[in-house]
Design a protein around this ligand. Structure first.
Ligand code: AMP
Length: 271
């Protein structure tokens, strides 16, 4: 595994390859990231993982500061997984140049997380656009756990006619049901149990509302989540996963999207 901190050295190295499979991450690696990497390793291209905690996608400085970081442990894990390249850029390496393309932000960026985290998706698209310009990956592996992010990156790639192909990867979960996330390392045992109970409550709710949509009563659901231990609920909504619009009835193919807090820790998922 070769490690790069500077885009020019990286570009020189990867220009010799026939294609790159790219997995962007913010580090704090877990089973979700590992599954993306393992899928990428099945392709014939070289696997490149990036670790960059992008300050521009955090709308609160305190959230950026408390985001879990463990680069030493991550490097050890990536070496074991035998990836080809690891790119750990500095802020200047990513933001110290003017990209040829401006990023495209679809209007659905205003919904769900976009409504509650002002500027978040602008930050995500800004950094992804820059990574794509530096790396020009053949494939880019993204998790369905962050479905809105995946949807918006796909829209950007389509709109800008970028040649990279998005590979959607399924959500990997802990034994207790909750989606693996770097932020889970900030949860204590009790909070983990709350998150698990909320996951099972919402999974059951989805099964029920598929049969009888009148059971989707948002105020009652929010009240139930609070009594299960959620501190604050940003949203619980059913979205058609193709059109990324609120569903009109339960015959559509939909996922239940939710974001909530346990104390200061914000968790998102879709089921
Ligand atoms: P992050 O480091 O949180 O920015 O995530 C990097 C990539 O890993 C994104 O494409 C995420 O959607 C994906 N990812 C995060 N958690 C999971 C998970 N539990 N299952 C699958 N993919 C995930």
């Amino acid at each position: 595994m070769k490690i790069f901190k500077d885009k020019h050295t990286l570009q020189k190295e990867i220009s010799k390859t026939t294609g790159i499979s790219f997995i962007p991450t913010m580090g704090g690696l877990h089973k979700g990231h590992i599954s993306l990497i393992k899928q990428s390793k099945k392709s014939k291209s070289k696997t490149l993982v990036s670790i960059f905690v992008n300050p521009k996608q955090f709308n609160k400085k305190s959230d950026f500061m408390s985001y879990p970081r463990n680069t030493k442990k991550d490097i050890k894990l990536l070496k074991k997984l035998n990836i080809d390249y690891l790119y750990i850029p500095t802020f200047k390496d990513i933001y110290g140049f003017k990209p040829k393309n401006k990023f495209f932000l679809d209007k659905s960026s205003k919904k769900l997380c976009g409504k509650f985290r002002k500027g978040h998706f602008e930050g995500v698209l800004n950094v992804v656009n820059r990574f794509i310009e530096i790396i020009k990956p053949k494939y880019i592996y993204l998790g369905k756990k962050d479905y809105q992010q995946l949807y918006l990156i796909r829209k950007h790639i389509e709109y800008k006619k970028i040649k990279s192909k998005v590979i959607e990867c399924k959500t990997i979960r802990e034994k207790n049901g909750i989606a693996c996330s770097s932020r889970n390392s900030n949860l204590n045992k009790t909070q983990m149990k709350i998150a698990s109970n909320i996951f099972y409550y919402l999974s059951n709710l989805k099964k029920k509302i598929k049969k009888d949509y009148s059971l989707f009563r948002i105020n009652k659901i929010k009240k139930d989540l609070k009594s299960l231990g959620a501190t604050k609920i940003d949203y619980v909504e059913n979205y058609n996963i193709k059109s990324f619009k609120k569903i009109k009835n339960a015959n559509e193919k939909f996922n239940l999207f939710f974001a909530y807090y346990i104390k200061k820790i914000r968790l998102i998922d879709n089921i």
